[in-house]
Design a protein around this ligand. Structure first.
Ligand code: HEC
Length: 133
């Protein structure tokens, strides 16, 4: 390879790598949700707190009753037995890509699990943790 083409080759590889990194971390819906929660006073978010909440048990119920303790593993609905895809975007890219769906399930699942809604702080913590898995 002569000098001109070697340079082009390096440029192409660098561009591809940059693209791959951006694609892996960019989830505009998830980022927008975090910003939305911050606008109403939540944050900074802690993925550690998110992980603790994920396995926090109230009256024998926790998020892991249906999802797995590991967000990268699939889950199983504790009543219907239906399988649930992994919750981490790194394991299932469609996670948290539809704002309405994410908020709907947060509402429903927090109510079922904790008998109350999750706060914007808790949802931000949970999303931060899920996004880092
Ligand atoms: C009774 C079973 C059950 C429990 C307990 C449960 N979930 Fe879920 N969850 C589901 C089902 C079913 C779906 C929808 C199916 C899917 O998206 O794969 C879902 C979807 C979600 C979604 C939507 C993800 C997306 O793609 O946008 C979020 C967020 C979520 N759950 C968070 C939680 C949190 C946080 C807890 C604990 C407070 C929890 N879930 C507890 C069953 C459950």
């Amino acid at each position: 390879m002569n000098r001109c083409c070697a340079k082009l080759f390096v440029l192409a590889v660098t561009t591809l790598l940059a693209l791959a990194v951006t694609t892996a971390s960019a989830n505009p819906v998830l980022q927008a949700l975090l910003e939305e929660y911050q606008l109403i006073g939540a944050g900074p978010f802690s993925s550690k707190a998110g992980q603790m909440l994920w396995s926090h048990e109230v009256n024998g119920r926790s998020c892991t009753s249906c999802h797995s303790a590991s967000a990268r593993a699939g889950g199983k609905h504790n009543r219907t037995g239906k399988t649930i895809k992994p919750m981490a975007p790194s394991a299932y890219a469609q996670r948290m890509t539809d704002r309405k769906k994410t908020e709907k399930w947060f509402l429903r699942n927090c109510r079922w699990t904790f008998s109350r809604e999750c706060t914007p702080q808790e949802k931000g913590d949970l999303l931060s943790w899920l996004n880092q898995q």
